[in-house]
Design a protein around this ligand. Structure first.
Ligand code: SAM
Length: 184
């Protein structure tokens, strides 16, 4: 069995948007407890899967983990150094919910933008990005910014998230620029 119900969301996202290929290097941001990591490990076969979270992730065969807060530059730098180049960047990061709709939305957009920053650093040309975000007023700006750097963007609402009605995933397909040089 999977560690989280979220695992079914990644299966649906992959089945809908054709994300994971055998041999891929996949980075999963906000990966604890590890359901997405389990699915990614199954679907990449001999690829590489790296999970990051500020919470501890119990070990999974064939999966590397990094512990840290992705809003901090140090964590992003450590990850970039560890991974080099990736084929797919996933983010299921979510803020601690306050129940205040605008605040939860704004915080989720902030986390999604951290994931976009990671993608700018590590994602190979042609690579894909998936970010979770709660619907709200800044969604269109975020989507436009992703659209600038990818061939196209899709919005996917997995069936498994139906009861959390404001949750959706933006999928950037086909990164258009080369990764940013890190200088080393
Ligand atoms: N996809 C995961 C799975 O299948 O098990 C579930 C992820 S859960 C919905 C969201 C995760 O995002 C939490 O584990 C939380 O600790 C993490 N998170 C939120 N903000 C973060 C941040 N700034 N840095 C790192 N992880 C963060």
């Amino acid at each position: 069995g999977y560690r989280s119900r979220s695992a079914y969301k990644l299966q649906q996202l992959d089945d809908t948007a054709d994300l994971i290929a055998s041999g891929d290097t996949v980075i999963d941001l906000g990966a604890a407890p590890g359901g997405w990591l389990q699915v990614a490990a199954e679907r990449t076969d001999d690829g590489r899967v790296v999970g990051v979270d500020r919470q501890r992730i119990e070990s999974i065969d064939g999966v590397e983990t990094v512990r840290g807060d992705l809003t901090e530059d140090d964590t992003q730098a450590e990850l970039a150094e560890r991974v080099g180049e990736a084929d797919l960047v996933l983010s299921d990061m979510a803020p601690n919910m306050t129940g205040e709709y605008d605040l939860d939305h704004a915080r989720s957009v902030h986390l999604a933008r951290q994931a976009l920053d990671v993608a700018r650093t590590v994602l190979a040309p042609g690579g894909d990005l998936v970010v979770k975000v709660f619907d709200g007023r800044d969604l269109d700006d975020l989507e436009a910014d992703i659209e600038d750097e990818f061939e196209y963007v899709r919005t996917v609402r997995p069936e498994a998230s139906r009861d959390e009605s404001s949750e959706l995933y933006l999928v950037g397909k086909g990164r258009m620029t080369a990764p940013v040089e890190t200088g080393d």
